[in-house]
Design a protein around this ligand. Structure first.
Ligand SMILES: Nc1ncnc2c1ncn2[C@@H]1O[C@H](COP(=O)(O)OP(=O)(O)OP(=O)(O)O)[C@@H](O)[C@H]1O
Length: 324
């Protein structure tokens, strides 16, 4: 597979190319913390009304990019615009059109649910009543607990309150940093349903997640790793253009299975995914029967080997193995 970064994706706006319809425009943004290059000349555009995902593991640079876009951090170089406003020069105006839900719990733990919401509304010079329509579907679920201190809420409820607070000034763009991390599976599903409804109301959404399955719920995603973009496209196209056969394998001993598969001479990437190991070969020569015979020789029991359609996680893991 072709290697990552600037070779595979456009890494700057071409001469003469404007920001077009982009609500978020990022052009060659770099940011370092001492020796750590958190973002390396990142460029991408998010169109109006898109639900756009930043997908990458811990430390990929997702938070850094979001903090730059929400004017909380200055880039070292490059340029970024939110709805045509410059993140450095127009930072005050940007704060009025952007709703930001940071990764770590952002609410006042000692204030009640209702007090938190009123506080955020006041900061933006509005009232809860004025914009209640936008948050009604989300807030009504936590309204019965409106007198409870935010610090005493469950993870799912905190998340709904944080989203309500990020929306209370009716932002045009919503930036959500890993909103579902540490939240149970049911709340995660509900959360994505809420995002779809907000998108239908015309809000442009940039959301980061370390969960590959959530990538499929976005219109387009940017795969990001070690401060570099590996690809930007719709989840469907990213998986369609993946040029490798993926084989899923199971046996009674997962740990030994992964090690044995990695030791197989034609292995390129092998990783655990649920109950299976996903295997990608260095080329498409590898047949399922070949792996079956090999694993039998290694004394694996109850072996299942079958070819599957690649998922985003396969593309990502393969790209990671290329950049090591
Ligand atoms: N204030 C800081 N000082 C020094 N290094 C930092 C700082 N903030 C982030 N980094 C480093 O920059 C890199 C990118 O971090 P960033 O938080 O943007 O990534 P992330 O994809 O959001 O991951 P995470 O989910 O772990 O926050 C990491 O190597 C991180 O350790």
């Amino acid at each position: 597979m072709k290697n990552s970064n600037s070779n595979t994706i456009q890494n700057s706006l071409s001469p003469g190319e404007g920001w077009g319809d982009a609500v978020i425009g990022i052009n060659q943004i770099s940011k370092s913390y001492d020796e750590t290059h958190a973002l390396k000349r990142i460029s991408l555009k998010v169109n109006e009304g898109e639900l756009f995902g930043l997908i990458g593991p811990d430390g990929a640079g997702k938070t850094t990019l979001m903090r730059i876009l929400t004017t909380l951090l200055l880039p070292d170089s490059g340029e970024a615009k939110m709805d045509g406003l410059d993140v450095v020069n127009d930072f005050k105006k940007i704060r009025h059109i952007v709703g930001y839900m940071p990764g770590r719990f952002s609410l006042y733990q000692d204030l009640s649910v209702e007090e938190n919401l009123n506080f955020f509304a006041t900061v933006f010079g509005t009232t809860v009543q004025e914009n209640y329509d936008l948050i009604r579907d989300i807030y009504y679920q936590i309204e019965p607990f409106k007198n409870r201190r935010a610090g005493k809420l469950s993870g799912g409820m905190k998340q709904k309150l944080a989203l309500s607070c990020a929306l209370i000034h009716k932002p045009k763009v919503l930036v959500l940093d890993e909103p579902t991390t540490g939240v149970d599976a049911v709340s995660r599903k509900e959360f994505w349903e809420m995002l779809k409804k907000l998108q239908e109301k015309g809000i442009t959404i940039l959301v980061s997640t370390p969960y590959m399955d959530e990538a499929n719920l976005c219109d387009r995603v940017a795969l990001i790793q070690k401060g570099e973009l590996l690809d930007v496209d719709s989840p469907q196209r990213i998986t369609e253009k993946f040029p490798r056969k993926v084989i899923q394998v199971r046996s009674d001993e997962m740990y030994r299975l992964i090690n044995d598969l990695r030791a197989f001479e034609k292995a390129e990437s092998v990783f655990a995914f649920g109950q299976f190991a996903h295997f990608t070969g260095i080329n498409d020569d590898v047949e399922t029967s070949e792996l079956d015979i090999y694993l039998e020789k290694q004394n694996h029991k109850n072996v299942v080997v079958e070819e599957i359609h690649p998922g985003i996680e396969d593309v990502f893991m393969n790209m990671q193995s290329q950049t090591k």
